[in-house]
Design a protein around this ligand. Structure first.
Ligand SMILES: [Cu+2]
Length: 133
């Protein structure tokens, strides 16, 4: 008899948990936008953002992503050794950590800077990330 009760409670728990899960329909992937999550989340709004660095500039002055997207950032050092920090988004990349993911959940313009003292043009190695509505 006791076993039946335990089983019933277990089933009720499972239902309660799955009911909770359906509340968040907007998030098909339950992966939080942690900085170290590089796995491609199946479905959902995800986008790849590649930053190509050389002496002493990035391949674009301005990168754009849509608000709400999970952005998988990667860094390619085409010439020289550079690092990247996206200010305000806790994203840092270099040759040891070339990829990162973050959720673009706030509109705005974020500064992208080089984090490696790479040479004469280092201080001017800047770009922008724009999160659009
Ligand atoms: Cu630099």
């Amino acid at each position: 008899m006791k076993k039946t009760i335990v089983l019933a409670v277990a089933i009720a728990l499972v239902f309660a948990l799955s009911a909770c899960g359906t509340k968040e329909q907007a998030a098909p992937a339950s992966t939080p936008p942690a900085g170290d999550s590089t796995a491609a989340a199946g479905g959902g709004a995800a986008t790849d953002l590649k930053l190509v660095a050389k002496n002493f500039e990035f391949d674009q002055k301005e990168y754009k992503v849509k608000k709400g997207q999970t952005v998988n950032v990667s860094l390619e050092n085409k010439e020289g050794i550079h690092g990247v920090e996206i200010k305000g988004l806790k994203v840092k990349l270099d040759n040891n950590a070339k990829t990162a993911s973050f959720k673009a959940d706030k509109e705005g313009s974020y500064d992208i800077i080089c984090t490696v003292p790479c040479g004469a043009g280092h201080v001017n190695m800047k770009a922008k990330l724009v999160v659009e509505a």
